[in-house]
Design a protein around this ligand. Structure first.
Ligand code: NAP
Length: 309
C-alpha cells in the first residue's frame, strides 16, 4: 500500500478526494490517500500550502512532493523540503489560462470598453484594426505561455515570445536573453506576463523597460504580482506611456483595500482567477506522476531548485 498525504488544506479535500481516488485507481495504484499519515509512513505528499506550510524534515521516506499549483515560489524556498518537488502542469490549467488571456487581449485589441462603457451614448465609428496588424508579446513560453502564444497566433496576432532558453513555438517569433527582451518589449503594444516569480524575474517590468514599450501599450499580467514594479507601472499609467493594465496577481493578495490599483481608471483588477487548478485533470496528473515513480521512472515537471521554477 502506498501512503499519500493530502496536505493541500481541508477545504480542498472536498474538491479533490473523489477525483484523486478515481485517478489513483485508474493509474493502477493501491493507495491510502488521507489527510493524516505519520511522517515516517508517508510515501508521497500532494501539496498546496496556502498559509499553512508543513515541516518536510521528518518526511524522510517521501519520494515526491506533488504541488497542486503551477507557481512554486512559496514552496521552492522552503529549506525543509529536500525531497523531489514537482509543479502542476495540467491541461485544465492551460485551457483556463488560454481563455482568460485571449479574452483580455481581445478586449484591449478591439477596444471593447469604449462600447460597453459609453455613458453619453455616442455614435463613434471606430472599428478595430485586424489582429494581423497587432504585435502581442508573451513573456514566458512554458506550459501556459506557449499555449497562450499559440492561441493568440491562431487568432492571427503577430506573436512574439520570450523565454530563458530559446524555444521553437509554431507561429510565434521566439526570443531569449536581454536583447530578445528589449526586442519584444519595444515592439509589443500588448504584453502578457506568464513568467514564474524567481530572483531573476522579480521587478522585470521596471520603469526602464516600461519606457521601452510603444506609447499607449497595454499590460496583461496573470503571472505573478512582483514581476512588475508597482510604482513604475502607476507612474507609466499616469504619463500615458501605458494606457491600460489588466492585473490578476499582486504582491499582496487579496489586493488591500485602498491600494491605488483599485481606483485607477486604467487598471482592471481580477482576483487571481486567471486559471485555477482543476480537480479532475490535476488529479490525473498527480496520480500518473506518482505511478511513474512507483514504476521506477523519473517524475515529470520537476522543479529546478537552482532556477526556482
Ligand atoms: P513554466 O512551464 O515553468 O514556464 C515558465 C517560462 O518562463 C519558461 O518559458 C521559462 O523559460 C520562462 N522563464 C523563467 N525564468 C526566466 C527568465 N529569467 N528569463 C526569461 N524567461 C524565463 O511555467 P507555467 O506553467 O507556464 O506557469 C507560468 C506562471 O504562471 C507560474 O509560475 C505562475 O506564477 C503563473 N500562474 C498564474 C495563474 C493564475 O491564475 N494567475 C495560474 C497558474 C500559473 P525556459 O522555457 O527557458 O525554461
Amino acid at each position: 500500500m502506498t501512503n499519500i498525504l493530502f496536505a493541500a488544506g481541508g477545504f480542498r479535500w472536498g474538491q479533490f478526494e473523489a477525483p484523486l481516488r478515481a485517478a489513483l485507481a485508474e493509474a493502477g495504484l493501491q493507495a491510502d490517500l488521507s489527510l493524516e499519515h505519520a511522517p515516517d509512513e508517508t510515501d508521497y505528499i500532494i501539496y498546496a500550502p496556502n498559509k499553512h506550510f508543513i515541516d518536510f524534515a521528518p518526511y524522510g521516506r517521501v519520494k515526491l512532493v506533488q504541488s497542486l499549483w503551477a507557481g512554486v515560489e512559496n514552496i521552492v524556498t522552503d529549506a525543509t523540503l529536500t525531497q523531489p518537488l514537482a509543479r502542476m502542469v495540467d491541461e485544465g490549467l492551460s485551457e483556463g489560462m488560454v481563455e482568460w488571456v485571449t479574452g483580455h487581449v481581445l478586449r484591449h485589441h478591439l477596444g471593447m470598453d469604449r462600447h460597453i462603457v459609453n455613458p453619453g451614448h455616442e455614435w463613434v465609428f471606430d472599428p478595430a484594426p485586424l489582429a494581423r496588424t497587432r504585435n502581442v508579446g508573451v513573456l514566458g513560453l512554458g506550459a501556459l505561455g506557449a499555449a497562450c502564444a499559440q492561441a493568440l497566433a491562431a487568432l492571427n496576432f503577430n506573436v512574439l515570445g520570450w523565454s530563458r532558453s530559446l524555444k521553437a513555438v509554431d507561429g510565434v517569433a521566439c526570443f531569449a536573453g536581454d536583447e530578445g527582451l528589449r526586442e519584444i518589449v519595444s515592439r509589443s503594444s500588448i504584453l502578457v506576463l506568464l513568467l514564474p516569480l524567481t530572483g531573476a524575474t522579480e521587478n522585470l517590468l521596471n520603469a526602464e523597460r516600461l519606457g521601452w514599450m510603444p506609447k499607449g501599450a497595454v499590460i496583461v499580467n496573470p503571472g505573478r504580482g512582483p514581476l512588475i514594479d508597482d510604482d513604475a507601472l502607476l507612474a507609466a499609467l499616469e504619463s500615458g506611456q501605458i494606457a491600460q493594465a489588466t492585473l490578476d496577481v499582486f504582491r499582496e493578495e487579496p489586493l488591500p483595500q485602498g491600494h491605488p490599483f483599485w481606483a485607477h481608471p486604467g487598471v482592471t483588477v481580477t482576483p487571481h482567477i486567471a486559471s485555477e487548478t482543476r480537480p479532475e485533470t490535476a488529479s490525473r496528473v498527480a496520480a500518473q506522476n506518482i505511478a511513474r515513480v512507483e514504476r521506477g521512472e523519473p517524475p515529470l515537471y520537476l522543479v529546478d531548485r537552482q532556477t526556482g521554477y
